[in-house]
Design a protein around this ligand. Sequence first.
Ligand SMILES: [Zn+2]
Length: 220
Amino acid sequence: MPKKAGQSVLDGVDEVEVTYGQILYEPEGPIRKVYFPIDCLVSLLTAVDSRRSLEVGMVGNEGMVGMPMALGIPVSAVCALVQGSGRALTMSAARFRTEFRVNLALQHALFRYNHLLMAQISQTAACNRFHEAGPRLARWLLMTADRMGSDEFRLTHEFLAHMLGIRRVGVTRAAGVLEKKKLIAYSRGHIQILKRKGLEAAACSCYRIVKDLQDHTHDR
Ligand SMILES: [Zn+2]
């Protein structure tokens, strides 16, 4: 939750545990609660047809899941899937609506976050079209590590293929290259970043563009 906005809203806020694979919203589904990740990570997925979907955004402790609520829309356009288990603060949609109307600090923080999320989604759209699997994988691992606050997390190649919209064999190949360079270690569904600087060098430029924007977009 945005720091400045958190003080006055504690009344209607609960802490919950969300788990890997849990779906918080279905595409076109109602938003009954909003979530402020503490140490969990949530993927935003857009359905491409009835069977396929692609990750278009990632939300960690820098943001909120359920941003349409801040725009007055109680419906999610995307699927919100828990990618990393952990804790989140949650608030009912009704409580959020009331609080958002009167809490200027919360409004300000979420307008700023909306800008950053839009930038992340736009960059990801271009990234998915133009960048190769290897640099995209490196970017994805860095984004995950930043939001989880950890260089070690649970992952399967199948899940990664789903997130990156590439075939499983493509993920295996790209991960193999990063492993060979000793930038990451992968075993039994656990991934560990060994050399962060090296992984940043292997990532496409999209990682730095979005991170710099996030680090340097201050309240105005
Ligand atoms: Zn890229």
